[in-house]
Ligand binder design. Structure first.
Ligand code: B16
Ligand code: MG
Length: 218
């Protein structure tokens, strides 16, 4: 029996939190006089909190003291946490649960590879924590996506070779990280944006169990 490691990104793949990250970053950027567009937000998806703020300051040609930098990171995170306090299973993206349940039924490894430091509380709120064989999040890595560290750690924890790992991602940085790790990359979202992915689907409703079976076999 083939056992592959399926690695799920969190924000924008399992839950619809990408919109909350966008709102919190937009409000923060605007509060210091920096414009923030949807196109810029795309460049922050999958990118760590620290790196995201560095990029925003770069776009606005601003530099800050360490203290101010950390207080802005805190401010963004507390607004984000406010958005997700009441989060529940209704914010799971369509057919994510069907996909996870099918993979469990097929005796595959189901793991998380997220840049977020808030991943575990979100999995608790959505009742998914138990579904994962391994969880790697922003607290476990030193390098942010597009560095492959987060996905390679998930492979290591399940003792799976990278070429037997399949990554579901909604961000350009995450697809690049999966490709750099030598894994199969599957873009979930806009295929024009995620053009570097090996396969593309708008969402999991388009991704059939028979396609998953093919991935398991080959
Ligand atoms: P936090 P993912 C990423 O999560 C988000 O896409 C990105 O927008 C966010 O800045 C990053 O996590 C850090 O999140 O501030 O909660 O630690 O998509 O890799 O699951
Ligand atoms: Mg994501």
């Amino acid at each position: 029996m083939n056992k592959k490691c399926f690695i799920f990104d969190l924000d924008g793949v399992i839950v619809d939190t990408a919109k909350y990250h966008f709102l919190a970053w937009k409000n923060l950027a605007n509060s210091i006089g920096i414009d923030f567009s949807h196109a810029q937000n795309e460049q922050l998806k999958g990118v760590s909190r620290k790196r995201s703020l560095e990029k925003i300051l770069g776009w606005g040609n601003q530099t800050l003291s360490d203290i101010d930098f950390h207080s802005l990171m805190e401010k963004k995170n507390s607004e984000y946490l406010n958005y997700i306090t009441t989060m529940n299973r209704s914010e799971l993206l369509p057919d994510v649960e069907r996909t996870i349940n099918f993979l469990i039924e097929m005796n595959q490894f189901v793991t998380l590879g997220s840049a977020s430091k808030n991943a575990r509380p979100i999995l608790v709120k959505t009742n998914l924590l138990e579904a994962f064989d391994a969880i790697v999040d922003g607290n476990d890595v030193t390098e942010a996506k597009p560095n492959p560290e987060v996905f390679l750690k998930a492979a290591l924890l399940t003792n799976t070779q990278p070429n037997h790992c399949i990554v579901f991602e909604d961000s350009v940085a995450g697809i690049q990280a999966a490709n750099a790790a030598g894994m199969i990359s599957i873009g979930i979202g806009n295929e024009n944006i995620l053009s570097e992915a090996m396969y593309n689907f708008t969402d999991f409703t388009e991704l059939s169990n028979s396609f998953l079976e093919e991935l398991i076999k080959h």
